[in-house]
Design a protein around this ligand. Sequence first.
Ligand code: FES
Ligand code: FES
Length: 160
Amino acid sequence: LIAKIPIKLNVNGHDYVVEVRPHWTLNHVLRNEMGLKGTKQSCGTGECGACTVVFNGKAVCSCIFPVMKADCGKIVTIEGLSSGGKLHPLQEAFVEHGAFQCGFCTPGVIMKAKAFLDGNPAPTELDVKEALVGNICRCTGLVKPIKAVLAAAEKMSKKE
Ligand code: FES
Ligand code: FES
């Protein structure tokens, strides 16, 4: 076995030193070494977006993201979105709009939307469609998730 190497990760606002094997992906480390099972893995090849997390402010597919590349980086997963027991506006909007069925794609869709709205707080419907193009939802065809992202943007703009 290849020896483990310690790397530093800031995950959901907390600093960790994690022992990793250099060929592991970020998805493997989050799910299997850190117990953050909210981030899913489906295709494992960067095609479906189920594994999306926010890395240094950008949405990335954690299933193909080498963990060594994440050293000293800042990662936000679905577990890091709510604060003080309160859901993030995106999570609230997904519940209010019935924007998931099986829920398998949902953490990835929400994290993609989070990074997107951070950079574009007042998107059009087309902007949202384009932003979610790499996320596959076999249950909803993304119709309701797109509505939920637009509703969340509106909610967030009223808060500011
Ligand atoms: S599981 Fe990563 S893109 Fe599909
Ligand atoms: S809610 Fe089932 S795949 Fe999206």
